[in-house]
Design a protein around this ligand. Structure first.
Ligand SMILES: [Zn+2]
Ligand SMILES: [Zn+2]
Length: 267
């Protein structure tokens, strides 16, 4: 299955290049303008995309030792280590990953603290590129022809627009969901396993305890690899608690918040 995905990934890169160097007007009578700027933009994005894809395939940041203070931390029996807050074990990788987001079948690795930024940049390029090529192909397709003539004239363009459409759908969904998570400082793993994660389950659902405002979250997201960022066991700041109490939405969670506050005060 993984080899199929990798094959698809490389085939769609090849698709971009075939498309670029094929001289599209030969397949069409619409004489779509061959803009050199458009051509250069596509080539540059292709190269940047490959660079960031390679970077996204690098180490996600593995847990190699237990943190100094292991109190309340999850102990991974397979690795024989305590996991820092936000880290967890990946069955496919066979290791614990720092700030694990998800296991990515397209890279064959986990996405974690050290490659999440590059992964998202790659996905952005992928979305921009597929969107540009998709629009360009769609505008070059010949319409108002009898079916057989339509298929004959558009065969080449139709054969590359389908994988391009799939890539556009996949990449734009990833762009939207991962940008949103970067903005609130959350991960796929945290969102999907909220109720079973020790440091999250006592918080109201989707009250993101690592959220420090959009600007700070984005800064942290972009620099966490370089700074080797670590996270503390989350505690609810007093100002946040006041805001929560004033918010009708969180009324049902008041008891939970009280219990978290009491625990924090005891600590
Ligand atoms: Zn582990
Ligand atoms: Zn993994």
């Amino acid at each position: 299955m993984r080899s199929f995905r990798t094959l698809y990934l490389y085939l769609h890169y090849i698709g971009f290049f075939v498309y670029l160097f094929s001289g599209r007007t030969r397949f069409s009578v619409s004489f779509h303008s061959e803009s050199p700027i458009f051509f250069m933009v596509i080539v540059i994005i292709c190269f940047l995309m490959m660079i960031f894809y390679a970077k996204a395939c690098e180490s996600p940041g593995y847990v190699t030792e237990s943190p100094p203070n292991t109190e309340g931390l999850f102990y991974c029996e397979i690795c024989g280590l305590h996991c820092p807050v936000r880290a967890c074990h990946c069955k496919e990788c066979g290791k614990c990953i720092i700030r694990r987001d998800h296991h990515c079948p397209w890279t064959g690795h986990c996405i974690g603290r050290d490659n999440h930024r590059d992964f998202l940049i790659y996905v952005y390029f992928e979305a921009i590129l597929t969107l540009l090529v998709f629009i360009d192909i769609a505008s070059t397709l010949l319409i108002s022809l009898p079916f057989m003539e339509y298929m004959k004239r558009n065969f080449f363009l139709l054969s590359i627009i389908s994988p391009m459409g799939f890539a556009l759908f996949m990449s734009s969904s990833l762009v939207l969901s991962h940008t949103r998570m970067a903005m609130v400082n959350a991960t796929v793993w945290e969102m999907s396993r909220w109720d079973s994660i020790t440091y999250l389950k006592e918080f109201p659902k989707f009250y993101f305890p690592f959220n420090r405002g959009v600007i700070n979250n984005i800064k942290e997201f972009l620099s966490m690899k370089m700074k080797k960022t670590t996270w503390e066991y989350p505690k609810l700041p007093v100002s946040e608690v006041t805001n929560l109490f004033q918010n009708e939405l969180y009324k049902p969670y008041n008891d939970i918040i009280y219990s978290v506050m009491n625990k924090n005060n005891e600590a």
